[in-house]
Ligand binder design. Sequence first.
Ligand SMILES: CSC[C@H]1O[C@H](OP(=O)(O)O)[C@H](O)[C@@H]1O
Length: 339
Amino acid sequence: MPHLQSRSLRVYVDYLEYLDQTQLPQAEQWVRCDSPEEWQHAVKNLAIRGAPLIGLSAAFVLAQTAARHPQGSWQSVSDRLRATRPTAVNLMYCLDAMEACFEQGAAALAERAAELFAEDRALCQRMAGRGADLLQSGDRVLTHCNTGALATAGVGTAIGALAVAQQRGVELHVYVDETRPLLQGGRLTAWEMADLGIPYQLIADSMAASLMAAGKVDKVMVGADRICANGDFANKVGTYMLAVAAHYHNVPFYVVAPYTTVDPACASGGDIPIEQRDAAEIRGASGAFGDVVWAPENAPVWNPAFDVTPAALVTAWVLDTGTFDAAAIARGEHCQGRG
Ligand SMILES: CSC[C@H]1O[C@H](OP(=O)(O)O)[C@H](O)[C@@H]1O
């Protein structure tokens, strides 16, 4: 029996099991992870994905590796984990927290990883409750990528807010962006919406602006991978396009994230490292989804995994620590608690 479990992670004393998110929704396949190398492979391929989950799983892998190699270089292991995906700052938050315990030994690392896991579960509940406070029956909410229980230790971030609203009896209709190229929305969010019993419709990313133009979207609610000191934030590519369309159509645009996604050291969006990914994901032969190739074999590709939305396009930032408007962001109130 795992001593800790979330929707996509099972934590045992000296190894992990993760729900391989590249196999969803067709198959629920749990995979054992015994080493930093196996974790890196899973994270690079988005078998393990979602800003909070990436950080939390890294913490457990570091703790378990330290216990196996008490004389090893724990710092070099942490450095390798840290370099795996550069944009989501939760990874850095968790590894910073773990490195601060190195001098206390491997047992303290295991305890710290468990604390981070429990913290995220509690943060999800708080931020989801704040997000649900912004929703009312009849709302048609558009969301992008996947920000549910699969991506966190708890109910999720933006989708967590939808789930809590549903629990409160708030009747929603959700438009789910399929989220090209890796289809986290079409594969994972659609699967979670069905699991939660929330009415939804799956759309191509290119359809979102027309839905807003037709007056069919009341709110946009998305997650984040890194929120800057000035409120700019990085999220799955396609988020910026949504924010521009929402601004043009006067649709409230909310970003929902834990305080562990805030990076006070990142002054503004231009400072966020944006992960560039393999061209095959755009051409079609992404590997994870079969070998359907629709582009010319050597078609030149640009494939940033994230884009940056300026603070000016955000209605409110919904964190576990509070719901912040632009004025509060300008005062840096969202950075409180993020040392
Ligand atoms: C609560 S997950 C936050 C964030 O992470 C996702 O990226 P990826 O699927 O590449 O891990 C997406 O940007 C979500 O909004």
